[in-house]
Write a protein that binds this ligand. Structure first.
Ligand SMILES: *Cc1c(COP(=O)(O)O)cnc(C)c1O
Length: 400
């Protein structure tokens, strides 16, 4: 793609990305960038990565023709990339395996992570147990109460969950605290970031680990239907599952790429988490520059989504660049549309999707009927919905 820039030596994708952190963090990020560039060129590193993805995560995850749902909608054929079948139930483990292997290669025996809904905390605690590393997960005090089952999972896996009492006592404060801890103990500590965001080299590194999704899908679709899909769709929180699917397709001009943001109660209300669809301005948060939901005086705005994993005011820098050059279209699915798609997938396919993934499904549900029966939509089913059944029950007014 002519205008595509992936990232330059300063970590910019076009005008997004970079390194916006305090002086004290620069040496740690430089050490990480050098270690990652060396690992990236080392076939032994990737051999180990793929060995773990195969035997520990259970990859390759299949592509699956949702034939009954497609028939019901009466248009395009819907295929699902089944990241929900991975060990731990989502795509996040692809990234935490990669970062844990890099930590080990760098001689770090202690990992830290931040988490909001707890999914990345669990994925980090999982790999820390797998590799025999000490693990500390920073979590806002309010999130610890809201996400009790995931807090218990992390503890079962041997992690220490650190309660963060500052600020709004949620993800953004946990992230600040994890960064502070990293500065204090950079000699023996590796910071595992959970999405394709943060200061360089994280967005590139997380993307590279998640590209297993798109690389597998390309080979699998070729084998299954003898060609590539007309459309590939993924939900976008920070953007890691989406960039993992999209990146291998960037040069395939025939494949339309759709990123689905969380529309919440509507992008024309204050209650959403859709920076690109709501035309948010560029800003800086958590060490990088990208589209960011903020007030006129630059205060980061509160967000809302029915799915905790999409509830983030920013978006990974590569997505902002792909939006700028028009290679990926970003649209929003509201809470209601996601819940409708959630029910349809349960009832027509026997698959309970994560509420995050239900946003990508919502695009397919809305658009498949307008397309021909010989056209194909590939949806990244980023995770399974077992974690969400309490939320869904509550919204339906059912007590469990
Ligand atoms: C965390 C999560 C997401 C959102 O994160 P991205 O980095 O945007 O992929 C999406 N789906 C599931 C199942 C998740 O757990």
């Amino acid at each position: 793609m002519q205008n595509y820039h992936a990232p330059d030596e300063k970590g910019f994708f076009g005008e997004h990305g970079g390194v916006y952190v305090s002086e004290t963090l620069i040496p740690a990020l430089q050490e990480l960038a050098a270690a990652y560039q060396a690992a990236k060129k080392d076939p032994a590193f990737w051999a180990e990565f793929h060995n773990d993805l195969q035997h520990y995560v259970g990859r390759p995850s299949p592509v699956y023709h949702a034939a009954r749902l497609s028939e019901h909608l009466g248009g395009a054929q819907i295929w699902l990339k089944r990241e929900d079948l991975n060990h731990t139930g989502a795509h996040k483990v692809n990234n935490t395996i990669g970062q844990a292997l890099l930590a080990r290669r760098m001689g770090k025996k202690r990992v830290i992570a931040e988490t909001g809904a707890g999914q990345h905390g669990v994925a980090s605690a999982t790999v820390a147990a797998r590799f025999g590393m000490e693990c500390h997960v920073y979590m806002g005090a309010d999130d610890i109460i809201r996400q009790a089952p995931n807090v218990f999972r992390m503890k079962l896996l041997g992690a220490n969950v650190v309660s963060v009492d500052s600020g709004s006592r949620t993800l953004k404060d946990a992230m600040n605290e994890a960064m502070r801890e990293w500065v204090a103990r950079v000699d023996d500590t590796f910071y595992i970031i959970g999405t394709a965001a943060g200061p360089a080299p994280y967005p590139e590194m997380v993307r590279d680990f998640q590209c297993v999704i798109g690389n597998e899908a390309k080979a699998q679709m070729q084998e299954a239907i003898g060609r590539q899909p007309d459309v590939a769709v993924a939900c976008v929180g920070g953007g890691s599952n989406a960039i993992g699917l999209f990146h291998p397709y960037i040069e395939e001009a025939g494949v339309r790429l759709i990123g689905v943001e969380a529309g919440g109660l509507g992008v024309d209300t204050p209650s959403h988490a859709a920076p690109i669809s709501s035309r948010a301005p560029v800003g800086v948060l958590h060490g990088f520059r990208s589209y960011l939901m903020q007030s006129e005086d630059g205060q980061v705005l509160g967000t809302h989504s029915v799915s905790a994993g999409l509830d983030y005011p920013g978006i990974g820098p590569e997505h902002s660049h792909l939006a700028d050059i028009g290679r990926v279209e970003y649209q929003a699915a509201n809470d209601d549309a996601a819940l409708e798609a959630f029910d349809l997938l349960c009832q027509y396919e026997g698959v309970i999707p994560a509420l995050e993934s239900a946003h990508a499904m919502a695009w397919a549900v809305q658009n498949a009927p307008k397309m021909g029966k010989d056209q194909v939509i590939l949806v990244n089913l980023s995770g399974r919905g077992d974690k969400d059944i309490n939320t869904v029950a509550k919204l339906k007014g059912i007590e469990l």
